[in-house]
Design a binder for this molecule. Structure first.
Ligand SMILES: NCc1[nH]cc(CCC(=O)O)c1CC(=O)O
Length: 347
């Protein structure tokens, strides 16, 4: 290697970080030769501690409803949700996230059921915390399960209004926290909601309730199956582009995260997951705070559909997709694969 080469522009940057070696001095295949040495040099690791399991709850007893666009995922009544929570704890999954599918008759323009302390999600949280106190419970803070327009905030003149929505969202987070929820996770994308939620929790003496902000949440078509699962597909008028982020943007995600940290978020989330791993990497590198990602319903559906057709090996694509999140810098992943992944990882 001539020293002259080192000082050519463009070569310098590379040579500072990577030794300029070549085959046969370097053979990158050498450490890949054996399982033991591949394990020894693995840069990332996926464990059950990285998983959060999202679950859907419905009214009733012993009710188990298939979700057509998410094969293998079901809506469960509270009694069966508690069983699933026990299963999660037995598998070592640290936390579950509960999403309610409420009867259409309870959906109103003002979303008042969202702040009813006896609503489905609050009863579900209380039942799970009573049965499995050591399992972390996360609740989504957004009006869509309770809103007759299918939106995450209040609609006035065809627009989702910000400040009025924030007020009700702060009350919603409070009833969830009072029901025993450990982490409130605002997924609504209104401006200023983290500050309002933090203030309402502090005022109520609930200073140890954590806020996981869906900070960089994109207006994505990958949420389709989820909206079937919570029954908001039919209700939703228009789209969510005036509050969720434009998939074209990346710098803006950093501004969203910065604001949410300043307002009191303990952890932030990027959503969807697989098509947005670049955002996960940027957020983690810029802020170095707990960064979660959501492998959303459409991502699950597409992997599952291919696997059910025999086109992909389910176990392998599942673990590979989850490792992708770790490699991108995620600290944990919300995934419908959580129990299946946990079983494989615990082997
Ligand atoms: N605010 C509701 C919410 N919370 C989580 C998801 C999507 C989760 C998934 O697709 O798995 C959505 C859907 C949406 O914003 O329309």
């Amino acid at each position: 290697m001539s020293t002259g080469r080192l000082f050519k522009p463009g070569v310098i940057a590379v040579s500072l970080f990577l030794p300029q070696t070549r085959c046969p001095d370097t053979r990158l295949r050498r450490p890949r030769r054996h399982d033991w040495s591949r394990r020894l040099v693995a840069e990332n690791v996926l464990t059950v501690n990285d998983l959060i399991w999202p679950l859907f709850v419905v009214e009733g007893n012993k009710v188990r409803q298939d979700i057509v666009s998410m094969p293998g995922v079901q809506r469960l009544s509270i009694d069966l949700l508690v069983e699933a929570a026990r299963q999660a704890a037995d598998l070592g999954i640290p936390a579950i996230a509960i999403f309610p599918s409420v009867d259409a008759s309870l959906k109103t323009p003002d979303s008042r059921e969202a702040i009813n302390p006896g609503n489905l999600v609050c009863r579900a949280v209380a039942a799970v915390k009573k049965a499995v106190p050591a399992l972390g419970v996360i609740c989504d803070v957004a009006l869509d399960p309770f809103n007759s327009d299918g939106h995450d905030g209040i609609v006035r003149d065809n627009y989702v209004v910000n400040d009025e929505s924030v007020e009700i969202l702060a009350r919603m987070a409070l009833v969830q926290a009072e029901a025993g929820c450990d982490i409130v996770a605002p997924s609504d994308m209104m401006d200023g909601r983290i500050a309002a939620i933090r203030a309402s929790l502090e005022a109520a003496g609930l200073q140890n309730v954590q806020i996981l902000s869906y900070a960089a949440k994109y207006a994505s078509a990958f949420y389709g199956p989820f909206r079937d699962a919570v029954g908001s597909t039919g209700a939703l008028k228009g789209d969510k582009k005036t509050y969720q982020m434009d998939p074209a943007n990346s710098d803006e995600a950093l501004r969203e995260v910065a604001m949410d940290i300043a307002e009191g978020a303990d952890m932030v989330m990027v959503k969807p997951g697989m098509p947005y791993l670049d955002i996960v990497r940027r957020v983690k590198e810029s802020f170095k705070l707990p960064t979660l990602a959501y492998q959303v319903s459409g991502e699950y559906a597409m992997l599952k559909a291919a696997a059910l057709n025999g086109w992909l090996d389910w176990d392998r694509v599942m673990l590979e997709s989850l490792m992708g999140f770790k490699r991108a810098g995620a600290d944990a992943v919300l995934t419908y694969c959580a129990p299946e992944a946990a079983r494989l990882l615990n082997k």
